[in-house]
Design a protein around this ligand. Sequence first.
Ligand code: SF4
Length: 413
Amino acid sequence: MGLNEDEWPERFERNIFYPQWLLREFGFPSDRDLLAGERRRFLGLLDLAGKNVVLFRHQLEDEIPTVPSPFLEDARSWALERKVTEAPLGTVLAEIVVSRSDALRRGLLSSESATVPRRPGHVEGPLAVPEPISPTAFELYLRCPFKYYSRYLLGIEEEEEVEEQLSPLERGRILHEILQEAFAEWDRGRSSPRAIDPESYDEALALFRRMALASLPPEHRAIEMERLFGGAGEPGAIPWLLRREMGQSALRERLVEHAFSSPLRLEEGPRGEKPWYVRIQGRIDRADVDGKGLLHVYDYKSGRAPGEAVALQVPLYAMCLSSERGVPVKEAAYLSFRDRKAISRGDFEKAKALLTRTYGAIREGRFAPAPYQEHLCASCGYAMVCRKEIVEPLEPLGPLGPLGPLGPLGDVP
Ligand code: SF4
């Protein structure tokens, strides 16, 4: 294995302090002796085999073609000396196959197998889509199918860049923790949620501040406190949220980090099932039932709210909670703490269509790298493995065609 230059033979470390002739005087082996020793070791290894010897070498390293080891020539002489005529040395060593068409041209692949259509980025389906469905996972698919594939099929965690500041993931986790604990504390011992009004605003702000101080790691505290509570001329994300609360009517119920698993009924499924029942599972950051018995569902985002083409969490959570509790939905929105905005995503019909098509695409095994916005690649932890820059000709994928993960949706770039 690894029969490449610098590996067979191994690169010798040169002594930079003493010349070769002096070292030889003291019994150190010369470069020539070392090379002869390596060669004997290599040929000795070939001789160890009882029956077959198979040699491999990799042709690319970090996308750069490698240089074969000079020992491959020794392997040829070794084969000739031992009259190894049936071993595939002659064939394999003579061929450097870099692509499928190359292999076809050289006759190393039968034309029969050439008729099997190539489908880059496509896993042989149909695949079992894990149920209950996680809207978070489906949103990841919509952001880039390859990210979903790496995370959920291969089980590879996304690599986070080591930054001096908190990573977006950590920032989001801490924000959720602060809000969960602060609201729980605010409502503690009460049968219905305590309102945040102008009289209690300062008290609420002090409580959130205490919770934030307890949750933030000391090394990031100063900068993150400013981000959350504002500085000179900046209102901060938490005061924005509390003011928003003050504008709401009295609540009957406030659910924080509410876990659920509910069946959802859709008129039509990915394979034409009518109706289609699918179980959805998740954790809702925040859901309120107002004084009129209407439901408000929110998902916290420490960054931007997802665009309409990839938003599934909030509309699915709202639909599920609404049917679970038998209450109509008044509002379904992402609360973006970065932009200090509530972004409504209450188009349920669109969300249902997106859910069905995403389910169908995962089932069909479509996982080609296709970020929904190009800039996502800049901060993607799978950038080193997805090989997005390698463009291979796509062949027809069936009725939807090779137009990205979901076919001609129009609203999915
Ligand atoms: S780098 Fe871009 S294309 Fe590759 S997995 Fe990440 S988002 Fe997808």
